[in-house]
Design a protein around this ligand. Structure first.
Ligand SMILES: Cc1cc2nc3c(=O)[nH]c(=O)nc-3n(C[C@H](O)[C@H](O)[C@H](O)COP(=O)(O)O)c2cc1C
Length: 442
């Protein structure tokens, strides 16, 4: 009998009031204490009990003010960008209260310097004993540009060209100390072998960096590299650099097509098909019965004002379409230099149906198009197992509707069923995140 395909699980958060669901902070059961470390400690420990591969923090670098050219809508309703604390200090704190759980965060190649990023993640990889991941993004909109002294966000493909160079420098810096460079020979007073520490001398179009890094090689060699671009250029970038690819595809057909594209892109980059793991975002609603799960979903959706979703959509698309009436077709919305994959996916849901801009706001607000798996724990586990068995994904990014409720339900109810089916680990078998994911050491 062929070996069952096992899956990988990531829990996604933003260090703020919402995640994909814009209702998280409105949890009617209890307040979500998103400015307090205890909130994140509770979730990290919960996911570690559930043997998740890793906890991941998405990030962006500006409040959303594209919709109506004002911050009023996003701030008033609490959209995805209304508050985002810096996730990197949080990862440091969480590494101290967990032992196996991987810890990931986003940093932008458009608004940071490779030397800073290389130091941050090398430090985190050391203090977590090899458990960190970096989600490489190129950022999305003019709001982010304005916070860094640029009037306009760089063009879409140009951002990825710059990101290619960024990766060359960061990887060069992480490789600037050989694994055995640190000698620590106390008797003879030799700290490290200078022949095993190398200058980089990188001179590119965007970046110059002499190196070497001022930190010895970290346990994973370099962090797990995550990428989530869904445009053609984004996928080519992911195929070149990533160990994990995040995707948000609203339907099974789109998941399949995405995985196929990734497999082809990996082949074009001369990499084996399983060298980068594709994790699909999903939002579970779990009930004792299907009816109870549907009621949970409906009570969640009732908390969404379409405007909160439109504020985030305008930020993602980097375009202000507030002049369009709410009952106009979503086909009229155009992206400028923002994310292209998301808008294309939204229009694909609309294909053949009349989706208005208000509908798009509700869809975006309730979960930015994350597919929802609604049912009993068995239903949800079976749906997940089927997707992985069909080869459409290597695992999932579990996106909470409420915190900590969704993760509590998932860890208590769904994880044991996945384990009984033999499609998810019963315990951690390795120490580093690369080992959890079954990807090669760097
Ligand atoms: C699970 C998931 C997490 C993401 N996290 C971030 C993030 O933290 N910051 C960000 O700017 N974009 C994030 N994105 C969005 C993608 O990076 C986005 O598609 C990209 O910025 C635009 O690339 P594209 O034009 O190639 O689609 C995420 C996407 C997914 C599916």
């Amino acid at each position: 009998m062929s070996k069952m395909r096992t899956m990988h699980l990531c829990g996604i958060l933003i260090a703020g009031p919402v995640v994909h669901s814009h209702a998280v902070w409105r949890n009617p059961k209890h307040p979500t204490n998103f400015l307090n470390l205890a909130h994140y400690v509770e979730i990290a420990k919960l996911l570690e009990r559930g043997k998740f591969d890793f906890l991941f923090f998405a990030d962006r670098l500006a409040i959303a003010d594209r919709y109506g050219a004002s911050h009023r809508t996003g701030i008033r309703h609490g959209d995805q960008d209304a508050t985002r604390m810096d996730p990197i200090p949080l990862l440091g704190a969480l590494s101290a209260v967990t032992t196996h759980l991987g810890l990931g965060a986003t940093r932008s190649t458009t608004y940071d310097a490779p030397y800073n990023i290389a130091r941050e993640f090398s430090t985190l990889d050391h203090i977590s004993a090899g458990r960190v991941a970096w989600n490489v993004v190129t950022s999305m909109n003019d709001g982010e540009a304005l916070n860094f002294g640029n009037v306009l966000h760089l063009g879409h493909d140009e951002r990825y060209d710059r990101a290619d160079e960024f990766m060359e420098v960061a990887l060069g810096l992480w490789d600037s100390w050989d694994a055995d460079a640190l000698v620590l020979d106390r008797e003879n007073g030799i700290y490290a072998d200078p022949d095993k520490v190398h200058y980089l001398n990188y001179h590119g179009r965007w970046f110059q960096s002499r190196g070497p890094l001022n930190i010895p090689r970290s346990p994973q060699g370099r962090p797990v590299i995550i990428q989530a671009g869904s445009s053609g250029r984004g996928k080519a970038f992911a195929a070149r650099w990533s160990d994990v690819i995040f995707a948000l595809q609203p339907t099974l057909e789109r998941m399949r097509a995405f995985k196929k594209d990734v497999t082809e892109a990996l082949a074009s980059a001369s990499r084996p098909a399983d060298s980068s793991k594709v994790l699909m975002a999903m939002m579970p609603f779990i009930g004792e019965s299907r009816l109870e799960a549907e009621e949970k979903r409906d009570s969640h959706d009732a908390l969404i004002d379409p405007l909160v979703g439109l504020s985030t959509l305008a930020a993602h698309a980097n375009s202000d379409f507030s002049e369009l009436p709410l009952d106009a077709s979503v086909d009229k919305v155009r992206s400028s230099s923002g994310s292209q994959g998301n808008l294309a996916a939204l229009k694909s849901i609309a294909a053949g149906q009349s989706i208005t801009i208000a509908d798009a706001g509700r869809i975006y607000g309730r979960g930015v198009m994350c597919p929802r798996f609604v049912g009993t724990a068995t239903d949800v586990a079976e749906q997940m197992a089927d997707i992985v068995a069909s080869g459409a994904a290597d695992g999932f990014v579990v996106s909470p509707a409420f915190l900590p409720d969704t993760f509590e339900d998932f860890v208590k109810e769904v994880v044991p069923i996945l384990q009984q089916k033999g499609v998810f680990r019963r315990d951690y078998e390795g120490a580093t995140l690369r080992q959890h994911l079954g990807i090669a050491a760097a």
